[in-house]
Design a protein around this ligand. Sequence first.
Ligand code: SF4
Length: 477
Amino acid sequence: MVKENCGVVGIYSEGDVNVIPMVIDALRALQHRGQEAWGLAIPNKAPLKRLGLVSTSSNEFKKITEEYASHSAIGHVRYSTVGKSDLESAQPLKVKDLCVAHNGTISNVEELSNLVGGCTFTPQNASDTLVAAQRLVSLITENGKLGSALSILKNEMVGSFCFTFLSDDDAVFAARDPKGFRPMVMGHKEDGNVHIVTSESSAISAIGAKLVRDVVPGELIKISKDGMETEMFSDDKNRAHCSFEFTYFAQPSSKMEGTNIYLARKRIGQFLAKKYPINDADVVIPVPDSARPAALGFAQELGIQFDEGLLKDRYSKKGPLRSFIEPHQSDRVEINRWIIPIREVIEGKHIVVIDDSLVRGTSSKAIIKALRRSGARKISMMVTYPPIKFPCYAGIDFPSQEELATFDGGKDVTDKEMIEKVRNDIGADFLGYNDAENLANAVGIPKDSMCFTCATGDYTPLGITPNFNKMKQMKSV
Ligand code: SF4
């Protein structure tokens, strides 16, 4: 199984403006969604791909802008786990006359590969996007249109997808999976009559455009010299918006499903404080950076002082990166070395430390150790996301069950016992998790329109019963 969690963009200027500088700006605004590689594609040319952060290639921007000058383009930032972190696996990919950029995970890639002759897939050299693109191109050949091809492909694929496509006859397309697991929005800029479709509205703001709306799950958008056209390739009304985007993954300035992420996180903190009204705490501090709004909401709700007790070393190489999406455990440990506790804020106090997730527990354990070394009298840890107990097959890289902090050797334990085990492992005096109901209420989206599979183990939104042994095998490749 290949897992990716990425950011995509497609830009078309009806006013014939060169959109490449905008694609680069948009990809920089999506950098939090993938930091291993980036790329862009224009019609009738091989895609450009680079390893690392977009800014790493800044000395090439002028040349790229000139050599790839085009009024239509798509782009991609990549985060991979099992798939190789090499240039070949970077996106966009090109199959015949179609370039493809993908955010999501296709978990039945081996089966899908059989539909295109089975020649592409090997566990060592796997690319779910390439297999899906090959299948899509063969379906377009058989059925004529991209919309008809997607309406067939959606039934063949298990997983989540937001695609941007670019055809050699100069059209940009965007498609969002029928359940809306991953986010996708569209925007417009008057100057140059520029249309943009992308993973998050942070990219729309970055190019000076205005958010128009979310792309509807099951919608296919086409932008060409004839303007914008839209059609539905699925009439599924059931939604499964990833709840983890709201607590952790998305950029705080982004707006998803009509909700601003920063405000949603602040409300999540307020709702968490109602669930755990810890009134004897001296100070509430966030784990930097994404838990900051929730910590502020928590502190304001209870009238407790909010402060920064942990800072990231902004000058370090690893400091600005996010520990969860770094692929190697050693990198995560390295990142924790760059979180600096402020003794003057911590010493002698009952600290409520707010984090947005607790996956393997590595970061939490290191942070609690750092707080103790700085003289914390008592440490209560609050996690804005419910306990993660199951792997995600819809686009977020969680490890296999065995690697999760909540895993207790496969024993049948109660939630209370599981939380006590995690509390003990990370070394906190108290550990409080959010629950799905509370989180959905805080975000303002009905719980049954959100995905909580990684917390519940209910894979109904994906229509599968996963084989965890297989997952484990694939993880160890
Ligand atoms: S399983 Fe969890 S991380 Fe994956 S899409 Fe669902 S809520 Fe998001």
